[in-house]
Design a protein around this ligand. Structure first.
Ligand code: 0O2
Length: 261
């Protein structure tokens, strides 16, 4: 699934805005091309998209705008945090729009109708923003700061940090609703935010690759799963030790730190 490039969101001149809109337009065209090229993979869904190309593209553009809004909010929080505490809690931010195959699969799996309205009403992770944080506590600090904003509504929260999945997967998932302001209307759009540390992200990326190794025997697959759970625990332990070190250093005054030299 393509990860969309980040945008320069805070523009103070006209050229930036025009370039941004052209970029958006180009990516909408690319999306249309992608949509067309995947017609063979899921014919029912593809037929539906083909019949409703304009509303489908419009909906996807709303999701792109909402991702930009959420990404900006995190970049602002990161900048403010940097000023106040002299360190940045965010390592990286990635945004992605759910691909058509993945959308079709999810609608089918959940038994929802294949329509543009159904995507909007039933699939809450079409727009995804992944925030990779420095320390585990940053995950919750950033989530609380986002949720405290008066234009953000929490729709759903899944805390796989405190309660990891059986696979070992850890992250904090939030479904939030954010307004986007269009020429003549304001729309509320849902975005899935995944917050995780560098080590949670490292584990999830590699686990994702290994999970798709299809040619394993049942026994081997089970051994791999067990090993992945152990590796997730190791990664969590590393996070906790890093956090403990950070907390210790934060608790020391400059004089205390200097006296230990
Ligand atoms: P992609 O490409 O990331 O979008 P539901 O059916 O609603 O209960 P759903 O929507 O699958 O469940 O939600 P869940 O399980 O809370 O979160 C799904 C997303 O979290 C996945 O997205 C992954 O990004 C991530 N995720 C969840 N479990 C795992 C795991 O065990 N390993 C890894 N690597 N990632 C995981 P998608 O939709 O799979 O794909």
């Amino acid at each position: 699934m393509p990860i969309l490039p980040s945008h320069k969101l805070v523009s103070d001149n006209h050229e930036d805005i025009v370039n941004g809109l052209e970029d958006l337009h180009k990516r909408r065209e690319q999306l249309a091309t992608q949509v067309m090229s995947r017609l063979a993979t899921n014919s029912d869904f593809s037929e539906m998209v083909k019949r409703n190309l304009a509303p489908y593209q419009r909906l996807m553009t709303y999701y792109e705008c909402a991702m930009m809004e959420i990404e900006t909010k995190f970049r602002v929080l990161d900048a403010e945090f940097g000023l106040r505490y002299d360190r940045n809690p965010i390592e990286s931010i990635k945004t992605r729009l759910k691909g058509t195959d993945s959308l079709a699969k999810k609608l089918n799996r959940k038994g929802f109708p294949l329509s543009v309205e159904s995507i909007e009403n039933n699939i809450f992770d079409v727009a995804g923003v992944r925030v990779v944080c420095t320390f585990p506590e940053d995950i919750f600090t950033l989530a609380d700061a986002l949720l405290a904003q008066d234009d953000i509504t929490l729709v759903e929260k899944r805390d796989y940090v405190s309660n990891p999945k059986p696979s070992g997967y850890r992250s904090l998932h939030l479904i939030v609703e954010t307004p986007i302001f269009l020429e003549k209307e304001k729309r509320l759009v849902k975005v899935e935010v995944q917050l995780r540390t560098i080590s949670m992200n490292f584990w999830a990326s590699l686990e994702h690759q290994l999970r798709y190794k299809k040619d394993l025997s049942e026994e081997m697959a089970s051994q791999v799963s067990d090993e992945l759970v152990k590796l997730a625990e190791d990664a969590a332990s590393l996070d906790n030790r890093m956090q403990a070190l950070r907390t210790y250093l934060d608790s020391q005054s400059p004089e205390q730190l200097e006296s230990q030299n």
